[in-house]
Design a protein. Structure first.
Length: 565
């Protein structure tokens, strides 16, 4: 419970902050001039905080409805209005700081989870994941002992993947306690163990405190993470929550590692199949490409034929392709890709574009007629996928999602190679940029991502709905690129959410670029809470929360440097 003295100190700090604020200072001076009012403010020890003297007959307390923390001195009853105004400003300042602290706490937890997930993504061995999990847990939770246990179905036993803390009988105790550990793992729950249970177990005599969390993924529990302390201490619920989070993320990483090791050979076969498909597709040249060179048939083209065109370049990528194709034979992979392409190709052609190159798990398309048709095709492809996914759901197959990135600009189309081997080629920085934009769509969590150039080339921008995501600087580019998300391709529920919160999102971006990071984080958090599928709002929530504690350069413009291609 907050004591009166602490409340007074808090209010006084807020009052001094308000009075030092240039904008507030100006408003108070203007108020005095308008009301022809003279007043001073002093704390309860009569230390003057505002004004020149306190020799006034009237006093109005500044209080939190319980205890006065300062007094306003004046000779007019209108001073009560000024006291109420200052009280309100102080309350607002305290509320703002409270929100900032809450956002900072949320950021720290999110940042820990994000950093740990990023580190896990680099590990493919079970023991390395186990070591990292215990290292991370011991850095944020005070513990002298820890174990990362796995239950192996064959043979039916619990084994140690990693551990820390002195315990000479660890292996022996695990062997003797295997039955109990299997039961705990089977329950799949987290718990803080009370001292009586610890003391009753001979294998735990070296500990005075203990808690554990399951390695749980989907409906399966594969092991557990245990933390203990040799001294008498009380693990908190918040610490158990963090341990549970680490354990759950570790479980996902372990499962991925197991699938990777188990399916390494099959993955190689799938990769060979995709390469084969790609090699076959290279033998065919789109008719539209030939026509762009001023030719009617492939037999008419010659080495060195070329044409310069302004086009919109689109890259389409099947999200989570490895997960979708998991367990498929090379033939089934081939059939899946063909099934996908035969649905997307007609949509591209319908909107006056053509597929220049198939990339196995996606393709590159060109739109000589510009970004309006490219964007229409993008939205239509997402709609077609909704119908396709209904068919796949009836066959118990995973849904297919795509990410689309596009850029508008000039490029050279031509025939290159030698007299024995000709190939259709395009040469342009526009293609590289479009590919980068598609890659950034994963980073921003968008279904359709495009540059400002594409927006400027739209013949009817009102046909679509956009959210501005700010400038980014990608590797190899000197100038930043301004990005926009088109939300029309999102599933209906997510689209309705983004449209409904569009003005709030715009406000959040304005706060972000004005360096009001705490309020920006609060704004993006409001959007994300309404629909947690809005990954773009989550990204800017994390980014704004991170910047709250950072030193910002005077020339900061919100440009994000992206090093990944």
């Amino acid at each position: 419970m907050t004591t009166p003295d602490k409340k007074i100190r808090t209010r006084l700090r807020a009052l001094k902050h308000v009075l030092r604020d240039v904008k507030t200072n100006g408003l108070l001076n203007k108020l005095c001039a308008e009301l022809k009012l003279e007043f001073s403010i002093a704390d309860t020890q009569e230390t003057i905080l505002w004004g020149d003297h306190i020799d006034f007959p009237l006093q109005y307390p500044l209080s939190d409805n319980e205890v006065a923390y300062a007094l306003l001195y004046t000779d007019q009853e209108k001073g009560a209005l000024a006291a109420d105004l200052i009280n309100a400003l102080v309350s607002k300042d305290i509320e703002k700081k409270k929100i900032g602290n809450e956002v900072l706490g949320l950021y720290r937890e999110i940042n820990m989870i994000y950093d740990f997930s990023e580190k896990l993504s680099e590990k493919i061995e079970e023991y390395a994941i186990a070591e990292m999990a215990l290292t991370e847990a011991s850095q944020i939770i005070d513990a002298t002992h820890g174990m990362f246990l796995m239950h192996h179905a064959e043979p039916d036993e619990v084994v140690i993947l990693s551990a820390f803390g002195e315990d000479e009988d660890r292996e022996k105790n695990i062997a003797e306690q295997n039955h109990l550990l299997k039961e705990l793992i089977k329950r799949g729950t987290s718990a803080i163990v009370d001292l009586e249970r610890i003391q009753a177990n001979p294998a735990l005599q070296h500990l005075k405190a203990m808690m554990y969390a399951p390695l749980k993924v989907k409906n399966r529990t594969m092991g557990m993470v245990i933390l203990g302390h040799a001294d008498a201490k009380e693990f908190k619920a918040a610490e158990l929550k963090l341990l549970t989070t680490i354990a759950l993320q570790s479980a996902v990483a372990i499962e991925s590692a197991q699938l990777f090791q188990k399916g390494l050979k099959a993955a190689q076969e799938r990769e060979d199949a995709i390469k084969s498909i790609h090699q076959v597709s290279q033998k065919f040249v789109p008719t539209e490409f030939i026509k762009s060179l001023g030719k009617n048939r492939l037999t008419e083209v010659s080495l060195g034929d070329l044409a310069e065109k302004e086009v919109t370049v689109m890259f389409v990528d099947i999200r989570e392709f490895t997960s979708i194709s998991e367990g498929l034979s090379p033939k089934d992979n081939f059939l899946f890709i063909n099934s996908f392409n035969k649905r997307m190709g007609p949509i591209i052609r319908k909107n006056d574009g053509f597929i220049m190159q198939y990339l196995g798990d996606g393709f590159m398309a060109l739109f000589p007629t510009g970004s309006q048709n490219a964007l229409r095709a993008s939205v239509e492809m997402h709609r077609a996928l909704e119908d396709y996914n209904q068919i796949r759901a009836g066959k118990n197959r995973a849904a297919v999602r795509v990410g689309i990135g596009m850029q508008n600009g000039d490029l050279i189309m031509g025939i290159t190679g030698d007299v024995e081997r000709l190939d259709a080629a395009i040469i342009s920085d526009t293609v590289n940029t479009a590919s980068r934009i598609e890659g950034l769509s994963k980073h921003f969590g968008t279904s359709i991502l495009m540059t400002e150039k594409c927006i400027q080339k739209l013949s009817n921008a009102d046909e679509f709905d956009f959210r501005y995501l700010g400038p980014v600087k990608v590797t190899g580019k000197q100038k930043p690129i301004k990005l926009y998300e088109c939300i029309n391709g999102d599933p209906k529920e997510l689209y309705d959410h983004k449209l409904k919160t569009l003005n709030t999102f715009i406000k959040g971006m304005e706060l972000y670029f004005n360096q009001e990071f705490a309020m920006a984080a609060v704004t993006f958090q409001q959007i994300f809470k309404q629909n947690t599928a809005d990954q773009t709002a989550k990204l800017f929530l994390n980014r704004a929360a991170h910047l709250i504690t950072q030193e910002i350069d005077d020339d900061w413009k919100g440009i994000q440097a992206i090093s990944k291609k």
